[in-house]
Design a protein around this ligand. Structure first.
Ligand SMILES: Cc1ncc(COP(=O)(O)O)c(C=O)c1O
Length: 277
C-alpha cells in the first residue's frame, strides 16, 4: 500500500484482488511477518516493491512459499534484485535511475513461456500481426526510447555510485540530527532519498522558502485510494504505512549532486528544527 498506484492497479486490472500488507518502519518495504499473516488459500502471489531503490526482503518473502513478483520500477541497477522472482517489472519514466525521454519499461523473467506471453501481450496479444491469441496491450518500447536507453545504460553504474555517494554525504553532513534518514544497505540505489520526521511540514516549508525542492510520497496510501474503496479498507488498517504517509519527505538527490548543494539542504533542514526546550 505504501507504493505508487500502478503496483495495486496492475493486480486489479488483471481481475485479481489486491491484499495489502504493512511495511517495516525502518526500510519502508514490505514487512514479511505482516505479509505471512495475510496469506490465505486464495493468495496467488506476492508482489514486492523495491521502494525508493531499496531492495525488498526477497529471501524472507521467498520463504513464504508463493510465487514472487518484483516491482522494480524504482530500483534498476540494484545488483541482487530481479533474480529470485517469477518476473520483475521496471519503469524508464524520466525520473527513474535509468530513464528514457518519454514512457518505457521492461519485464524480466527467466521463464521462456512467460517471456513469450509478455512479448505477445506487448503487441495486442499477437506474434505476427495476423493471429491474435490474447487480449493484449499496445505497449511497445519506441525505437527512439530504446536508442536513448542504450546510451544511458552505459552510464548507469557510475550514476548509481554517485547517488550512493550523495546518500552517504547527507549522513556525514549530520542530516540525521534532525530527521530519520534511510539506513544504508549495499543494494540501495537511492532512486529517492526519503527521510522521516513528525515535523515534515515545517521542514518542507523551510526548504521551499529557501528555493529547495522536496516531495512527499503516497500521502494517501493505496488501501485508502478512491478507486480501491471497493476493497473495504478503513483508515487504521495499516498503521505503519499510514504513519509513513504522514511523515515521509524527500530531499534532493541525483547522480552528481554537489556537496555545496547538499550542505545547503542540511543547513536549511537543521535551521527548521524546533528549538529544544
Ligand atoms: C513502484 C512503482 N511501480 C510502478 C510504476 C509504474 O511505472 P510506469 O509509470 O512506467 O508505468 C512506478 C512509476 O512511477 C513506480 O514507482
Amino acid at each position: 500500500s505504501f507504493t505508487f498506484y500502478a503496483t495495486a492497479e496492475a493486480i486489479a486490472r488483471r481481475g485479481a484482488t489486491p491484499v495489502f500488507a504493512d511495511v517495516d518502519a525502518g526500510t519502508m518495504n514490505l514487512d514479511p511477518e505482516d505479509v505471512a499473516a495475510r496469506i490465505s488459500s486464495r493468495t496467488k502471489a506476492i508482489l514486492a516493491v523495491h521502494l525508493f531503490g531499496r531492495p525488498a526482503p526477497l529471501a524472507e518473502l521467498g520463504q513464504l512459499g508463493l510465487p514472487l513478483i518484483e516491482d522494480a520500477a524504482q530500483a534498476f541497477g540494484s545488483p541482487d534484485i530481479a533474480r529470485s522472482g517469477v518476473a520483475s517489472t521496471f519503469s524508464f519514466y524520466p525520473t527513474k535511475n535509468l530513464f528514457c525521454i518519454g514512457d518505457g519499461g521492461l519485464v524480466s523473467t527467466d521463464d521462456p513461456e512467460l517471456a513469450e506471453r509478455v512479448r505477445m501481450l506487448r503487441f495486442h496479444g499477437s506474434r505476427d500481426k495476423v493471429d491474435f491469441e490474447l487480449i493484449g496491450y499496445n505497449s511497445r518500447l519506441d525505437e527512439i526510447q530504446a536508442a536513448v536507453l542504450r546510451i544511458f545504460l552505459s552510464e548507469l553504474d557510475r550514476w548509481v555510485a554517485l547517488r550512493r555517494e550523495a546518500a552517504a554525504r547527507y549522513a556525514e553532513l549530520g542530516l540525521d540530527a534532525v530527521c530519520e534518514l534511510p539506513e544504508d544497505e549495499p543494494g540501495h540505489v537511492y532512486h529517492l532519498f526519503v527521510c522521516r520526521s513528525p515535523e515534515r511540514d515545517r521542514i518542507r516549508a523551510a526548504l521551499q522558502e529557501a528555493g529547495i525542492g522536496s516531495a512527499v510520497y503516497y500521502t494517501t496510501p493505496m488501501h485508502l485510494q478512491p478507486a480501491l474503496a471497493y476493497l473495504g479498507y478503513q483508515r487504521g488498517a495499516l498503521p505503519v504505512t499510514e504513519q509513513l504517509a504522514q511523515e515521509n519527505f524527500s530531499v534532493p538527490i541525483w547522480a552528481g549532486i554537489d556537496a555545496t548543494t547538499q550542505e545547503q539542504v542540511v543547513s536549511v533542514v537543521q535551521a527548521s528544527a524546533p528549538v529544544a526546550s
